[in-house]
Design a protein around this ligand. Structure first.
Ligand code: AMP
Ligand code: MG
Length: 502
């Protein structure tokens, strides 16, 4: 038994997965050892065999044991479960103690690419951080995380991954009884801005330094050579976040709950709660039922990421420079740097979407006028960009696109300017068409499709979930027979609100 004194696990067959336990080498106050609470009737709902292989696992040996191992009923032999400590600003209000209230880190695996990844169970029962929560999760939100995180990965956007969902055979009470489930999440790490905040709030300089060293080893090894490694880490996190948020903005993704405990130091998208994708373009779009002030609305995401980085900077000040005023100056500059880095990354993404191979003076203006036109006409964000790729292929398709902008007389002018801009690049058409198709997905997890798949799954029908998952694994390919998944919702199908489901 792994943890002496812990509750006995069921006596089911299990195996070693090859875990290492680097997080557990941090000071003990960084985590709490905690055992999963077994569930009544674990059944494997979905298993990500290709991801298992990437993690260096023998998928065929793992899968038959997955229901037991990834429910927590019979953990892998070499798992040493722990709940991580963290704090966080939730909607701008600081909460000094959050932590993994329903998640357990089993250990880390070194993948085929040589990188270390966390394997975590989400919904495995109460931990010392559960406060009043039950430590459980329901099947809808866990399948939602599986679906959207795997879709994001296929879209080329850094994200945590999903290895499995196991239904628990138990009811979980969320205003009404819902079927329970456990998700196995895989992440570059689960370190958050809030992890640093937890120790900064306690003025625990020793733990902050240990965390910083850990982050350098795991994510930013080049920072060790810098004059101020803490500053170098802050700059590197700002860069990764700029790239990440630019990725979100380029596919119409709204995270929905960008609290500092939901911002990963690694630069991966983490915590798929009330997230959603834009159908029609509206820069002020909010889906989350709890975001009444619109703090996390679509267009505010870069500003919020920068605000979160400023909170990370606060925690690192004593490590950046012994001279406080100098530390503040350096940190301020690093946080400001996010702004220009984001603009650059976003422009680069949008140039690729519009088929530009070079950078020209008027590009930013062309992009903002297109978005303004989309905003006025409520054109579908995904279809317009995919449509432009079709127009690049066959200029005769321009009329089809114009129809979607019938309410905006400026769009015909825009289209002519864009065509002229393409010609200025002198890139052969086939290369441009291929590049545009690879930058503009046909398929995104449309909210009405996601809702329908999850509703069916809640009553035991996984067919729609599996079809949607299959389509979303190749978002840039035309998939004959699957065209319906690319279609925006009818007015009556539109999802107006999404929920955390915690
Ligand atoms: P989230 O909204 O998922 O980012 O979670 C915010 C905080 O609430 C984290 O500390 C979670 O661990 C905790 N939490 C969310 N749901 C539960 C639950 N069902 N039981 C215990 N803690 C929870
Ligand atoms: Mg969270």
């Amino acid at each position: 038994m792994m943890s002496p004194g812990g509750p006995a696990r069921y006596d089911l067959p299990t195996m070693r997965l090859g875990f290492v336990h680097t997080y557990a080498t941090l000071p003990e106050r960084c985590y709490a050892r905690s055992e999963p609470t077994p569930v009544a009737d674990p059944r494997l709902v979905v298993f990500n065999a290709p991801l298992a292989v990437e993690l260096g696992l023998d998928a065929q040996r793992v899968q038959p044991l997955a229901a037991a191992m990834f429910s927590g009923n019979q953990l892998p032999e070499d798992a040493e479960p722990l709940a991580m400590a963290y704090a966080g600003h939730q909607f701008g209000t600081f909460v000094p103690r959050l932590g993994d209230g329903r998640a357990l880190l089993l250990g880390e695996l070194r993948g085929r690419d040589g990188a270390l990844r966390d394997v975590q169970l989400k919904g495995a029962g109460p931990t010392p951080f559960s406060r009043n929560g039950d430590g459980r999760a329901t099947i809808g939100p866990m399948l939602r995380e599986y679906l959207v995180s795997e879709a994001m990965h296929a879209l080329g956007i850094p994200t945590t991954r999903s290895l499995a969902v196991v239904s628990s055979g138990e009811q979980v009470w969320r205003e009404k009884p819902l079927p329970g489930a456990v998700l196995t999440r895989v992440a570059a790490s689960h370190l958050r801005v809030g992890t640093f905040q937890y120790f900064a709030a306690r003025q625990d300089r020793e733990a902050l330094q240990a965390l910083l060293d850990y982050v350098i080893t795991r994510h930013y090894p080049q920072a060790r050579e810098a004059t101020s490694p803490a500053l170098a880490v802050l700059q590197a996190v700002a860069q990764r976040q700029a790239a990440l948020i630019a990725g979100w903005m380029s596919v119409g993704f709204i995270h929905g709950v960008m609290n500092t405990d939901n911002m990963a130091i690694s630069g991966e998208t983490i915590d798929y709660g009330p997230c959603a994708f834009l159908d029609h373009y509206d820069s002020n779009q909010v889906f989350s039922s709890i975001d009444s002030g619109g703090r996390y609305r679509f267009a505010n995401q870069p500003a919020i990421a920068q605000w979160n980085l400023a909170r990370l900077a606060d925690t690192l000040l004593p490590l950046i420079d012994a001279d406080e005023a100098r530390a503040v100056d350096l940190a301020t500059e690093a946080v400001r740097g996010f702004g220009s880095e984001f603009d650059e990354q976003f422009l680069a993404r949008m140039r690729r979407k519009l088929g530009f191979f070079t950078a020209m003076e008027g590009d930013a203006d062309l992009i903002s006028r297109l978005l303004a036109s989309m905003q006025r006409t409520t054109a579908d964000f995904t279809l317009i960009f995919r449509g432009l790729a079709s127009v690049a292929q066959d200029p005769g398709r321009g009329d089809e696109l114009l129809k979607q902008f019938s309410a905006d007389s400026n769009f015909a002018t825009w289209l002519a300017e864009w065509t002229a801009r393409l010609a200025a690049d002198r890139e052969p058409a086939p290369a441009r068409i291929a590049a545009m198709r690879a930058a503009n997905p046909a398929f995104i997890p449309r909210n009405h499709r996601v809702e329908a798949a999850l509703t069916a799954a809640e009553s035991g029908n996984y067919g729609p979930f599996n079809s949607l998952l299959t389509v979303l694994q190749r978002p840039f390919d035309d998939q004959p027979g699957m065209e319906a998944f690319a279609v925006p919702p009818d007015p009556g199908e539109r999802v107006l609100q999404t929920f955390c489901g915690t």
